[in-house]
Design a protein around this ligand. Structure first.
Ligand code: NAD
Length: 314
């Protein structure tokens, strides 16, 4: 009677934490197929999985950019059954678009967006037939709101959200659920890789103002934002687990309450200028406002951690 969970991108970060968190469910309600593109990178997952390996967790190869590998993986599951599909694999890209190649952008869309499309094409028909299934997509707050120098990444997450919002209407007819998990900044390999790639960008194709904006404003605040607002992958895993175990899972779920005031600006102004102007002011006009808001958020974070630990001790 176990539910079968298939997760992509489990060699690190959120995918790894989520796979382990679900596999360690005390009631053993789930059988987790933790997949990754390259099985030689399984060490961290093997270590974290501990005794669940071979019991409630199995590792399989799956590259979200390769249809044949997706089919082979799903074919290898008993009755090809997937009850919960968690699309997590993703890559990032920052910088001025003048300095990025169309090929880099296509690779990102191919992974972040078409990865989900391929997985859904392979599993959705079976879910519809069984009238059972939950698709859980690791999106981002950037699936709701664009952020400076994350143009193509945000576009890929918007694409996921539009795709899922459209399909959600159809799948309701079959009793299926779709949930978008929207984390803010999370401290993982992702953040480190993206930052290091950012430092290497050849800015000679960008004008001086843009290059300066990227180096002296964006990259300088990058680390600070992660330090102040960043969650750990286990936090996101815990939130995702709650969504998976709900009777009526929500379509959207943000994991970081400190970030919610920002995304709320989007819904507060149908004209769309409010979030754009607020971000602009935070970044360019009021350096002090930016620092003050970060300090304020640090305080909130400290308080919410305190109340979280109080909740836990109750
Ligand atoms: P991560 O780099 O640790 O994990 C991403 C995983 O995807 C890696 O294990 C990578 O090997 C895998 N992957 C990349 N291309 C793949 C492919 N073609 N096939 C299979 N796997 C592939 O980073 P993370 O932060 O854990 O990212 C997981 C998801 O969370 C991503 O979709 C990311 O967009 C999203 N997210 C991350 C953050 C953040 O700040 N880190 C915030 C919001 C959302």
């Amino acid at each position: 009677n176990q539910k079968v969970v298939l997760i992509t991108g489990c060699s690190s970060g959120i995918g790894l934490a989520l796979a382990v968190h679900i596999a360690k469910d005390e009631k053993k309600r789930f059988m987790v197929y933790a997949t990754m593109r390259n099985l030689s990178k399984a060490d961290a997952l093997i270590e974290a999985a501990g005794r669940t390996l071979g019991r409630t967790l199995e590792i399989k190869q799956l590259d979200v950019c390769d249809e044949a590998s997706i089919k082979a993986c799903v074919d290898s599951l008993p009755e090809r059954r997937v009850d919960i599909l968690s699309n997590n694999a993703g890559i990032g890209l920052i910088g001025p678009i003048e300095c990025q190649s169309i090929d880099e952008m296509k690779t990102l869309m191919d992974t972040n967006f078409f990865g989900l499309v391929r997985l859904m094409k392979e599993t959705l028909p079976d879910m519809k037939r069984r009238k059972k299934g939950h698709i859980v997509v690791i999106s981002s707050v950037m699936g709701i709101q664009g952020i400076l120098f994350n143009d193509v990444y945000a576009a890929s997450k918007f694409a996921l959200e539009g795709f899922c919002e459209s399909l959600a209407i159809q799948v309701l007819r079959f009793g299926l659920n779709i949930s978008l998990i929207e984390p803010g900044p999370v401290i993982t390999e992702f953040e480190r890789k993206v930052y290091e790639e950012g430092l290497k960008i050849d800015l000679s194709k960008a004008d001086k103002v843009t290059a300066d904006m990227f180096t002296n404003i964006y990259l300088k605040s990058y680390k600070q934002i992660f330090e102040t607002l960043g969650q750990v992958p286990e936090d996101v895993a815990e939130h995702t687990f709650k969504v998976i175990t709900m009777d009526n899972p929500p379509f959207r779920h943000q994991t970081n309450t400190l970030y919610t005031p920002m995304t709320t600006l989007k819904y507060a102004d149908p004209g769309g200028d409010l979030p754009i102007e607020t971000f602009y002011k935070m970044v360019f006009e009021h350096d002090k406002v930016f620092t003050t808001s970060l300090n304020f958020l640090k305080l909130l974070r400290w308080r919410s951690r305190k109340s979280f630990s109080l909740d836990k001790s109750n």
